[in-house]
Design a protein around this ligand. Structure first.
Ligand SMILES: C[S@@+](CC[C@H](N)C(=O)[O-])C[C@H]1O[C@@H](n2cnc3c(N)ncnc32)[C@H](O)[C@@H]1O
Length: 449
């Protein structure tokens, strides 16, 4: 098989990144945007030892699960790489990801629930972080083409709250009118690198973050003034990122106008959110995710509860009023400050959050003799560490509730807990990210007698 060769392929599966999978001449071929059951004529793009990549030239037999996407850029950029699949099939795809990982780990006896559908299938994101680049001599916003830094201009981000799209376009126009240069990655010059906009569905408050190469630039005052007039904007922040890096946010934030936070709500608990704090992006699905996790924890009034990888304390503060004590840890300092302020804001006095890596703090607490009843973990994609797991087990919790955004690392970690006397029977996928291949899930581990 050779690059540029045109081949006919029968798609038999979807990879975890939602690429169509076919087999030919002993190779596994990944075909972008192809669906199981389809027969496509495809062009080979790259050939490796055991696999190859191809792109569709023509669909010869179309799957009944295919949807015609209004803007091909949504799929092309990876912004919404499942958008060409009917929503109920997306949910099945996510459930199957978990089933397949369990099979690989020889855990076939574990039940996997149906993926809990999101109340909103599009426009659900309460935050957008979009690159700003020069396209054909004009500052533009959009999304990078997959595996590249070529900006595909966009004004409708599809999965984002349309109110956020409106603000993004307004800010783009203000930057253009004031001749603010977009960041030029190649020469490491220019000004605005990214726009980050967050909106609270509960309060309507909007935060605009300009992520810039320099801390100040000639048009900044005027631009700030004009952005402050956009309907709904209550906070404008400059995030200074002077580094030559792919990391989006710099370390320092400067308040340009308004508040240095926005207020959101989950259930009846209010949350103050700082620019660098993590906050679940699907506002309507988050309370359903937490309700599921909390129900599974079967909390008792005397329980000592850990909220690990706590962000701004959303899980711990949602349960604090029903238990004896909540302790949490989180590595981002402003998020911890938010968590402790959020406890006060909601009249909660039995929850305390500390700054630090969970893999350092948990062993410290265990060595101090802490005993726990329920541990909630909600780590980033890389999952937990063995140090964290050992220490968590030492505190002898009755239950560990694992909320995960990456089923591969979660299955690895669940097996480590199993080796230490904890067992689980079921995993429940929850769709936090419709139109994308991301799989969130909740699992409860119970201490064996
Ligand atoms: C998936 S978020 C969950 C946050 C929170 N539980 C929520 O639902 O909003 C993961 C959090 O872990 C934090 N984090 C990442 N690595 C960490 C580490 N080694 N120790 C503690 N927190 C960490 C991140 O800053 C982020 O806030």
């Amino acid at each position: 098989m050779q690059k540029n060769q045109i081949v006919d392929l029968e798609i038999t599966d979807l990879s975890y990144e939602a690429m169509g999978v076919a087999h030919l001449e002993g190779l596994t071929i990944f075909v972008a945007n192809a669906l199981p059951g389809e027969v496509v004529s495809a062009k080979i793009l790259k050939v490796k030892k055991n696999f190859a990549f191809a792109k569709i030239e023509k669909i010869k037999k179309e799957s009944p699960d295919r949807i015609n996407v209004k803007l091909r850029q949504w799929v092309q950029t990876g912004l919404a790489s499942l958008a060409h699949i009917k929503y109920d099939k997306q949910l099945e795809f996510k459930q199957r990801q978990v089933v397949n990982l369990l099979k690989k780990a020889h855990l076939d006896n574990i039940e996997v629930g149906q993926t809990l559908a999101s109340p909103e299938e599009v426009g659900y994101r309460n935050k957008a972080q979009v690159p700003v680049r020069d396209v054909k001599g004009k500052l533009d916003i959009g999304f990078f083409r997959r595996h590249s830094h070529d900006l595909v201009p966009l004004t409708n981000f599809f999965t984002t709250d349309p109110e956020i799209d409106r603000v993004l376009v307004n800010v783009r126009d203000i930057l253009r009118a004031n001749h603010v240069p977009a960041y030029d990655e190649l020469h490491h010059k220019g000004e605005v690198r990214y726009l980050d906009v967050r909106r609270s569905k509960a309060s309507g408050e909007i935060m605009v973050i300009l992520i810039t190469l320099h801390k100040d630039f000639p048009q900044l005052k005027k631009v700030t003034q004009e952005i402050s007039k956009i309907n709904g904007v209550t906070s404008i922040i400059l995030n200074h990122n002077p580094q030559k890096t792919n990391v989006i946010l710099g370390k320092k934030d400067y308040l340009l106008w308004g508040n240095d936070y926005i207020i959101d709500k989950i259930g009846d608990v209010k949350f103050k959110i700082s620019p660098q704090s993590f906050f679940q992006i699907n506002s309507l699905q988050t309370p359903r995710l937490y309700d599921l996790a909390i129900k599974k924890a079967n909390l008792q009034p005397d329980d000592v509860v850990i909220d690990a990888y706590s962000g701004i304390g959303t899980i711990g503060l949602s349960v604090a009023k029903h238990v004896k004590e909540v302790r949490g840890m989180e590595v981002v300092k402003p998020a911890v400050e938010d968590a402790n302020n959020n406890a006060r804001l909601n009249g909660i006095s039995n929850a305390k959050y500390v700054v630090g890596r969970a893999e350092d703090i948990m062993p410290q607490w265990a060595s101090e003799g802490l005993k726990t009843d329920v541990i909630f973990v909600d780590p980033p994609r890389k999952g937990l560490t063995p140090e964290f797991i050992d220490a968590a087990v030492k505190t002898a919790p009755k239950k560990i509730v694992y909320i995960s955004c990456n089923p591969a690392t979660m299955v690895r970690d669940l097996q480590l807990f199993q080796e230490q006397g904890y067992d689980f029977k079921r995993i429940d996928p929850v769709d936090m990210f419709p139109q994308t291949p991301h799989v969130e899930s909740v699992t409860v581990l119970t201490k064996q007698k």
